[in-house]
Design a protein around this ligand. Structure first.
Ligand code: GLC
Length: 575
């Protein structure tokens, strides 16, 4: 048996190879108890111990030091729990303090350069900053790199929030909300109302001296896929803005509440689904080309989970909000169970899959998805450390994608989709497989690359995604901020420090490329844009978070104590 196989025993406990979950306890994952929480949980001016532990945190940050009050309830409202919106770029000051009283040496010269690049990337609409351009590179064909991408703006937004400059984030959230309201059509087919754009651009009419916005919801994108991740990032960013500024008035606007409802109604509708995960097309997120990430890819599932949790914090408990919250609670309940059990892979699970029986019929089936042991790729056993594990790329009928995807695993840690044990197992894996996942430049978007016949079939012979290039095992500096956040949340900042030091050896010298190629990431990406804004912003966010770990609060959510599953550690965790 494995976490893929859940067996209900006579006494009502649900067992699998490395976990025993009491079904009664499962029912006690009572999300609903949080639903009716009053909106302002922490009205008292004095900071709670929990809040203090986040804000005054010494390095390293241990998640155990703080049990945040904001899980499954609207608690970002504590006026004293928020980051003070004073314009500051601590990283720019000559002597930076780590939260633990240690004094850092002079800030790295790359920091000032990165801030310059980030500010030059700002895009203005009618005099107001509304986002950052994807890349400031004029040497190559622009394609759509001259646009503001929703996903690319997230690290820029976090950098501005951490620096006490929330205006551009607010403008961005409001402008994209307006774009959501547009009628969206691809040929003659109309997209759902809640779809958020992949990107937008400001058009200047020099004759009439006017500015208008133009957005792409997938109708211009290569491959014509709508970005499923955009709406999730929008909700996550709205929560980061609210948490960081303490300004609840933005999220409380009827337009924003409606925007959240529209996004969620796209994913919470009932249909033919037999799983609580979200079914989607290839290329609908950061990996926006055909790469075999269709079905139930981890990136979308983790973002979906995080967006649901953020929405719980943002939605007003009025008539419409309350009803939606009840649906979210149910979905979170099922999604948590599904992901933690079926997507999780460690040495024990791998052994169980290897010995699977197939063609089992009925609800007693152990191998529920009828996965063929022969489909286990050779590399996966070599990759799996004794201590460690990760959420695999995808699960569907007779299909497990064993590839490691960085973004999905980091978001699983930040959102507490992963249990604490799973989170530290993921960090164990990153440490043990440092050469493979970090190599010369952080960080592999996925591992390993697909090649030869498999590459032809899976990518449709895509010349941009050849092995160890771009989305196919390329190394993306932007992922540094996600790794750093995950490291801080799991109390292992030294891992992030190592990765940042590596990035500092090359990033600036190489002109802040979009991605690197090669098994170790030693080539600058074949078609990588230079001065890619999210490479710049990702570095800044990583540096700022490491210097002041309290920033983590805007992008991480703690597991609620009441949600804690009774998952037993597998032997590989306890060994
Ligand atoms: C590429 C990336 C995508 C990113 C876009 C703009 O298409 O695959 O994730 O959003 O460039 O940088």
């Amino acid at each position: 048996m494995s976490t893929l196989d859940v067996e209900v025993s006579e006494n009502g406990s649900v067992k699998n190879s490395d976990s025993i979950i009491d079904s009664h306890e499962l029912d006690e994952y009572d999300f609903s108890r949080f639903v009716d929480r009053p909106r302002h949980l922490n009205l008292e001016r004095q900071r709670s111990c929990d809040e203090r532990s986040l804000n005054d945190l010494p390095v390293p940050f241990s998640p155990h030091q703080s049990s945040r009050a904001d899980n499954f309830g609207r608690a970002f409202d504590n006026p004293d729990s928020v980051y003070s919106p004073v314009r500051k770029s601590g990283c720019n000051t000559p002597m930076s303090h780590f939260g633990n009283g240690m004094v850092a040496s002079d800030p790295h010269p790359m920091i000032a350069e990165a801030w310059d690049d980030l500010r030059r990337a700002l895009v203005f609409f009618r005099g107001q900053p509304v986002g950052t351009i994807a890349a400031l590179d004029n040497s190559d064909e622009k394609l759509n790199y001259d646009q503001v991408f929703v996903r690319d703006f997230v690290p820029s937004a976090l950098a501005f929030l951490m620096n006490g400059e929330p205006e551009v984030v607010k403008n961005f959230l409001l402008k994209t909300l307006r774009l959501q309201g547009w009628e969206k059509k691809i040929d003659r087919f109309q997209l759902g109302e809640g779809v958020m754009p992949a990107s937008f651009k400001v058009l200047h009419d020099p004759i009439r001296n006017t500015e208008t916005l133009m957005a792409d919801f997938g109708e211009s994108a290569i491959g014509r896929v709508a970005p499923v991740d955009s709406g999730f990032w929008w909700i996550i960013l709205l929560r980061a803005y609210t948490k960081s500024t303490g300004d609840t008035s933005l999220a409380d606007k009827p337009d924003c509440q409606n925007g959240i409802r529209l996004i969620l109604s796209l994913c919470l509708s009932e249909g033919f689904d037999t799983f609580p995960t979200l079914l989607c097309a290839d290329g609908c997120s950061m990996i926006d080309r055909r790469m075999g990430v269709y079905g139930y890819p981890i990136e979308i599932q983790a973002l979906f989970f995080m967006a649901l949790r953020c929405a719980m914090l943002l939605l007003k408990h009025d008539g419409q909000g309350k009803e939606l919250i009840e649906r979210i609670v149910k979905r979170l309940h099922a999604l948590t169970y599904h992901m933690r059990n079926y997507f999780w892979l460690d040495l024990k699970q791998l052994n169980d899959i290897y010995r699977y029986k197939t063609e089992e019929y009925s609800h007693t089936a152990v191998n529920k998805f009828n996965v063929m042991p022969d489909s286990l790729p050779d590399w996966v056993m070599d990759f799996m450390p004794v201590h460690g594990g990760y959420f695999i790329g995808n699960i569907g009928p007779s299909h497990m994608d064993f590839r490691w995807f960085c973004l999905g695993n980091c978001i699983a840690i930040l959102s507490s989709l992963a249990t604490q044990e799973q989170s530290s197992a993921i960090m164990d894996l990153i440490e043990s497989r440092w050469e493979e996942l970090v190599g010369a430049m952080p960080l592999k978007v996925c591992y390993p690359a697909i090649e030869n016949h498999e590459w032809r079939i899976v990518t449709g012979s895509d010349p941009k995604n050849t092995r160890w290039s771009y989305h196919n095992g390329g190394s993306w500096p932007v992922l540094l901020w996600l790794l750093t956040a995950a490291c801080i949340k799991t109390g292992r900042p030294q891992i992030a420090r190592r990765a940042i030091e590596l990035a500092e050896t090359r990033l600036s010298k190489d002109g802040w490329p979009e991605y690197y190629d090669g098994k170790l990431g030693r080539y600058i990406g074949k078609q990588a844009r230079k001065h890619q804004t999210w490479s710049v912003a990702g570095y800044l966010v990583a540096k700022m978070m490491l210097e002041d770990p309290s920033h983590l609060g805007m992008i991480a959510i703690e597991e609620d104590k009441h949600l804690k599953p009774v998952l037993r550690r597998s032997s590989s965790w306890t060994a």
